[in-house]
Design a protein around this ligand. Structure first.
Ligand code: HEM
Length: 225
């Protein structure tokens, strides 16, 4: 147990945990996007799906607490590792390598910060209904919470649309680098599969951006209403 603990205290252990927590969060984002895409099927489908997720409060709260725990762990590990790397930076680094690593880590820090701000805003907006309470307590004709109505109301507002699109860009940038580097950290480097792993980051990032932005734009231009 002590050995396991000291392994995860080490740089390699922290990187593995950072990669695993990151991939867990990416899975949630994909799952969430697929759920939200049901907005294209109309209010009945999306509201029933949202009601189903809330039907088991114990499961819902376990997932919420678990998700929050993973987010906190991910941020703490990322800060810890970047602090360690900063302190341990050798003077004689090859200039190109240093520049590449530094640009990637700065991009990750900046996109991570944008993403965190987006998530806080998003929870206050669509989950808690604090930012715009006007559509938060409505029910649909079947008596379900009107999540469809919340989304339609939200993305008719150009300011909300702009903030969400910026959030998706932060998400895309972060996921792009995170997925490829996580697969490398987990030792999934294999000559034949390397190109596939390199392509995984941009592909997943593009998928998530396109899926989420499709919802935002479809409401804004009136395809979904
Ligand atoms: C266009 C993009 C998005 C839309 C339309 C959307 C929509 C929603 C809606 C409607 C809810 C409230 C659900 C309910 O009241 O039952 C919600 C909750 C949530 N969203 Fe999003 N979301 C989007 C993007 C994201 C992204 C990119 C993330 C994470 C990076 C995210 C994380 C969450 C979380 C953590 C919750 C709380 C879930 C819970 O209540 O347990 N969302 N989202």
């Amino acid at each position: 147990m002590t050995r396991l603990f000291s392994h995860f205290q080490s740089s390699v252990g922290s990187k593995v945990l950072l990669a695993l927590s990151g991939l867990g969060l990416v899975s949630y984002v994909i799952f969430h996007m697929l759920g939200n895409l049901q907005v294209f099927e109309g209010p009945h489908a999306l509201n029933r799906y949202a009601a189903l997720l809330r039907e088991m409060p114990i499961l819902l709260w376990t997932a919420r607490v678990g998700l929050l725990g993973i987010v906190v762990l991910h941020i703490v590990l990322a800060l810890q590792l970047s602090l360690r790397n900063h302190r341990a930076r050798p003077i004689g680094y090859a200039v190109r390598r240093y520049r590449r690593a530094s640009v990637a880590s700065r991009t990750m820090a900046a996109s991570g910060a944008v993403l965190l701000l987006f998530i806080i805003f998003h929870l206050l907006h669509l989950t808690a209904g604090i930012i715009d309470p006007s559509a938060s307590d409505r029910l649909d004709v079947e008596g379900h919470r009107d999540v469809y109505g919340k989304i339609v109301h939200a993305f008719q507002n150009p300011l909300i649309v702009a903030l969400y699109v910026v959030g998706q860009l932060g998400l895309g940038l972060h996921v792009n680098h995170a997925v490829s580097s996580s697969l490398q950290t987990l030792g999934l480097e294999h000559a034949a599969l390397n190109r596939l792993f390199k392509a995984a980051g941009p592909s997943v990032a593009l998928l998530v951006i396109l899926g989420n932005v499709a919802i935002i734009v479809a409401v804004f231009v009136g395809i979904v209403r």
